[in-house]
Ligand binder design. Structure first.
Ligand SMILES: Cc1cc2nc3c(=O)[nH]c(=O)nc-3n(C[C@H](O)[C@H](O)[C@H](O)COP(=O)(O)OP(=O)(O)OC[C@H]3O[C@@H](n4cnc5c(N)ncnc54)[C@H](O)[C@@H]3O)c2cc1C
Length: 398
């Protein structure tokens, strides 16, 4: 019966690939019809590129249109500071690759499609669990043709921060708090624009600009729940601060004609105390929603998938029942990196983002150029690039 996974984000797609590659029957359900949604992160960190390398996919990945970021910069009213340089990072990859997430997910699903055990169903929304004898034995989903059941030895919820299956399993995350939401929109790039992706911060305002070659993908950070008030003030409530933060873009902001041109992304930071039930496991944002701080959520989701495959591919392939203790081992392995990463995200949210958005940030408390302190740079770059407890593919291709 193998494994059924709800959710075709980084966690679900990577797990499906790893299991199919190791000879497990796996069905991946994704409620949308494609991966072409623009509300996902773009940052593929060295830990994930290393996993792709171990799967023999790094060269194919690096042929996708991408930009490499070797350092992270913060632009303030006083000038620019470098927060981390990844150039001296251990390992073969010392940069963050900015790749539209749909390209990354398409690459993984087409790699998974080379294995006979892989099946993907798009436009398929999981809505309930099948329970028998005190254990989860699969799930129910609906698509255009009606309602269906899939039975499985292991049912994985990789359906993101609003996980329906997690809720159906009676698991509730503990909210750790996020002070912000993100307004997401595009403006054209022009010759002569700077080349990198950067963070711009000023009293009351924070913005991230991602270079996507022909356009800037922009993330304007607002206080949580502030979007309605912003829209009530009209489109100038967005255009004006963008022009003030980046005067070199002022001539382009008229391109944001109305709030129809933008979307609001709600930010959450939470985690489950318990990630499993008999026959059922949550991974990725379904187990721990990540804030965009450090751009590590995709990478943590991928690490969860690698650890899950390493621990469970063998038992799944053999068809032996999966004891709940094996699921708990996975939770024990992945909980410390989750806690530490979320603690660091909270620190930045509390010490920088909240005070900046409420205009109480003392600019002298912003970090100096951290790359000038080699030990600190090594720690920061390692934390961002490799994460805490990086996972390596340990299951063989069958
Ligand atoms: C504003 C914002 C910006 C971010 N930027 C970054 C960034 O730059 N870099 C980074 O690394 N992280 C970023 N993150 C965090 C990152 O998006 C997540 O941590 C990461 O996507 C988690 O991956 P996942 O596979 O667990 O879940 P998701 O990416 O949320 O994927 C879940 C998938 O499940 C599908 N799904 C949902 N419900 C069902 C259902 N019932 N049935 C079937 N399918 C279902 C969804 O359509 C989706 O495809 C950001 C987060 C936010 C809020």
């Amino acid at each position: 019966m193998g494994c059924v996974i709800a959710g075709g984000g980084p966690a679900g797609v990577m797990l499906a690939l790893l299991l199919a590659r190791s000879g497990v029957e796996v069905t991946l359900l994704e409620k949308h019809g494609d991966f072409l949604r623009d509300f996902r992160g773009d940052t593929i960190h060295p830990s994930t590129i290393q996993v792709l390398d171990e799967l023999g996919l790094a060269q194919e990945f690096l042929r996708l249109p991408h930009r490499k970021a070797y350092q992270l910069s913060l632009v303030t009213d006083r000038g620019e500071v470098r927060l981390a340089s990844l150039r001296r990072l251990r390992g073969a990859y010392n940069y963050i690759a900015f790749v539209p997430q749909w390209d990354f997910l398409n690459l993984l699903t087409s790699a998974a499609g080379r294995y006979p055990g892989f099946r993907m169903v798009l436009n398929a929304e999981a809505y309930d669990l099948i329970r028998e004898d005190g254990a989860v034995r699969g799930l129910r989903y609906r698509d255009a043709s009606g309602e269906h059941e899939i039975r499985a030895d292991l049912t994985v919820a990789a359906d993101g921060r609003h996980s329906v299956l997690r809720e159906r399993a009676g698991l509730r995350p503990e909210n750790l708090g996020a002070p912000m939401d993100v307004v997401w929109f595009r403006l054209p790039r022009e010759s002569g624009d700077r080349d990198d992706t950067f963070l711009r911060i000023a009293p009351g305002r924070i913005m991230v600009a991602i270079n996507r070659e022909s356009y800037w993908q922009l993330a304007f950070v607002i206080l949580k729940g502030g979007y309605d008030e912003m829209t009530a003030r009209g489109i100038d409530a967005l255009r004006r601060p963008v022009s003030e933060l980046m005067p070199w873009m002022a001539d382009r902001v008229a391109g944001i004609e109305s709030y129809d041109d933008v979307s609001v992304l709600t930010v959450a930071l939470d985690r489950l105390r318990r990630w499993h039930r008999p026959g059922f496991l949550c991974i990725g944002d379904a187990a721990h929603a990540m804030s965009p701080v450090f751009g590590v959520g995709i990478n943590l989701a991928v690490q969860d998938a690698v650890a899950t495959a390493n621990l469970l591919a063998g038992p799944l392939r053999s068809g032996a029942p999966i004891p709940e203790s094996a699921l708990h081992r996975l939770q024990r392995r992945r909980m410390p990196p989750t806690r530490l990463t979320q603690a660091a995200q909270r620190l930045v949210q509390d010490r920088v983002i909240s005070p900046a958005l409420t205009r109480s940030l003392d600019p002298s408390r912003l970090p100096p150029d951290l790359t000038k302190i080699p030990l600190l740079n090594r720690l920061t770059a390692g934390f961002i690039g490799h994460g805490v407890r990086p996972e390596h593919v340990a299951v063989r291709e069958v």
